[in-house]
Design a protein around this ligand. Structure first.
Ligand code: ADP
Ligand code: MG
Length: 562
């Protein structure tokens, strides 16, 4: 008898499986997808409400950012995690539109459910959604606005649209301004080198206290070079500075730290002291002779050496992070050497200015003014490390949307205006199809309107009235009519600077359709049951819409399409 043991996972062989098939599987998937979308509903748009998220570590975060919320949720159902994938792709690639993508997918699933009840076959629904998506993507590019994307004010608007509602108005405006400045500073018109923008967190203050710094900011952290009286020997500013980059501990003690030394008598001690002193002096001379103004060390620097360097007017920064070392090398043209012995004048980098600054009780070193390698930094502020991390991710989103806007130029009106226009177009387009597929395309149009409907609802307006007004405006040809987030009324949103890059909308629509269609095609969900090897028949003891199909932690979910 052939043993199939090698081919099958233990759990499958043992028959310890949860299996949901046909309509039940589809219903469970639709329910899970809709449930995930429902959790984000109230957060959409500038008037979206905050959520208080408490992690398993007990740490609490308040946010209404779709991507942050999803990242902190424990998502177990395979259908829901599929939507999560769409959302994280969205956030990663285009920096915005996460909530939109999830809401859209949820609305498509809801529409499908309605169609199933009318007896429309899943295959017809997915085909209709597919047509609707292709049509919408084509239409999108005809709706772009004429704004000049190289104009700073336009870029600030794009950044603001991506983050309004995440902070207070002045804070969001400040961050949007900084993001636009940072991207413009490192752009040469055809390329934006994101690596030349450094985000440096400085605890304390609020997001609105963020600062733009021309140059590369290195956090000196606990480095005590400026923290004590030795610093008085050090200038705060070095013009036309030469910079050493060393990846080795500096100072005699560190160099010997790993060696066990047997000491016999005081002569031995003296000999060691003399040896250490000699090493120290050699390192000091080597650094000074090369012409160094500032040395950045990836490891620790001995206190005595640092003190002597300071007396010679040389700034010594220890424990510089590796990524910062690489940035310094790139910014200054210097070479990262593995030991002080390798330090030659040629290995030194150059910078117009190296400056020590103190921000909120923190010592920072700013390196700038190498015309070949423009570097800028944003100092991000926040009351806690969590708040700074949250700010960092929103600033990264801003940088991404501003970059997209600057490089590709195509902008679309936000505030649900684009979705409303696409929906109107799709309703006309649907007439070209036969009965059932027509219904599916109309359902896709309705799903797109979830965006303006939800924006209106979150702004406290009647979603039915707002949608009726909005449709009427679009019927009159007012392509940029959207929802004014202040009161939920209909307004020309693009005139108010609510604009988004085309790529954000394109990805949201394509990603949501793809995910919804994938879920709708699945008609068999098989999940291994943890620790159950008895193998009896479970077919009759599961309900509908529950969390089977991957609900068990550590199980292996399989999703099988027809
Ligand atoms: P999130 O960033 O939370 O994931 P999205 O970016 O998907 O959410 O959606 C935010 C929605 O809010 C977009 O449709 C955007 O156009 C809209 N929006 C942003 N600012 C305004 C505003 N000032 N007025 C109206 N709508 C706005
Ligand atoms: Mg957004």
């Amino acid at each position: 008898m052939t043993q199939g043991g090698a081919r099958w996972p233990r759990r499958l062989r043992s028959g310890g499986l949860d299996r949901t098939t046909g309509r039940d599987a589809r219903r469970a998937n639709v329910a899970a997808g809709r449930a995930l979308a429902a959790t984000l509903r109230t957060t959409l748009g500038p008037a979206g409400r905050d959520k208080l998220l408490v992690g398993t570590d007990g740490l609490a975060v308040v946010t209404n950012d779709g991507a942050s919320i999803l990242d902190r949720m424990e998502i177990e159902h395979p259908a829901a995690s599929l939507l999560y994938e769409v959302a994280s792709e969205q956030a990663e690639r285009v920096g915005d539109g996460t909530t939109t993508a999830v809401l859209l997918a949820g609305a498509l699933l809801e529409g499908a459910e309605g169609l199933f009840e009318q007896g429309v076959h899943p295959g017809i629904v997915t085909a209709g959604y597919h047509h609707a998506c292709s049509r919408a993507l084509e239409t999108l590019s005809t709706l772009t606005l004429g704004d000049d994307p190289t104009d700073r004010a336009t870029l600030v608007s794009v950044a603001r649209t991506a983050i309004t509602g995440k902070w207070s108005e002045p804070e969001a405006t400040r961050v949007a301004d900084l993001a636009a400045d940072a991207v413009l500073a490192v752009s040469d018109g055809s390329e934006v080198d994101r690596h030349r923008i450094t985000l440096q967190g400085v605890p304390g203050g609020s997001p609105g206290d963020a600062e733009f710094v021309d140059g590369l900011v290195v956090d000196m952290g606990e480095s005590s070079a400026t923290a004590d009286d030795r610093a008085i020997h050090l200038p705060r500013r070095f013009a036309d500075a030469r910079i050493a980059l060393v990846d080795a501990p500096l100072g005699a003690k560190q160099a010997n730290a790993t060696r066990a030394v047997t000491v016999e008598g005081t002569d031995g001690l003296d000999a060691i002291a003399a040896h250490e002193e000699r090493q120290l002096r050699e390192q000091l001379e080597r650094i000074a002779d090369a012409g160094t103004d500032a040395v950045f060390c990836q490891q620790a620097i001995d206190d005595v050496l640092r003190s002597r360097l300071a007396r010679r007017g040389i700034l010594a920064v220890e424990r510089t992070r590796q990524d910062e070392m690489y940035k310094l090398a790139r910014a200054t043209g210097g070479t990262l050497v593995a030991s002080v012995e390798e330090l030659t004048p040629e290995a030194l980098g150059r910078a117009g200015v190296v400056e020590r600054r103190r921000v909120a009780g923190r010592d920072l070193t700013v390196v700038r003014g190498n015309p070949d390698s423009k570097q800028v930094s944003l100092l991000l502020r926040g009351g806690t490390q969590h708040a700074i991390d949250e700010t960092r991710r929103l600033v990264e989103d801003c940088l991404t949307v501003v970059t997209l806007a600057l490089l590709y130029g195509d902008l679309l009106p936000g505030g649900g205006a684009t979705e409303a226009e696409l929906a109107a177009d799709l309703r006309g387009f649907a007439l070209e199809f036969d009965g059932r597929e027509q219904l599916a395309i109309e359902a896709a149009a309705g799903a797109l309107e979830t965006v303006p409907r939800t924006l209106a609802e979150n702004a406290g307006a009647s979603p039915i009235d707002a949608l009726a007004d909005l449709r009427a405006s679009h019927d009159r040809g007012e392509v940029t009519a959207g929802i004014d987030a202040a009161d939920g009324s209909v307004a020309d949103v693009s005139a108010r600077g609510v604009v988004e890059p085309l790529a954000v909308k394109r990805r949201a629509i394509a990603g949501a359709t793809e995910a919804a269609n994938l879920l709708l095609r699945i008609d068999d969900v098989v999940a291994a049951r943890d620790g159950d090897a008895r193998g009896h028949d479970h077919d009759h003891d599961h309900g509908i819409g529950g969390d089977h199909g991957g609900g068990q932690r550590g199980g292996y979910p399989w999703a099988i399409g027809h």
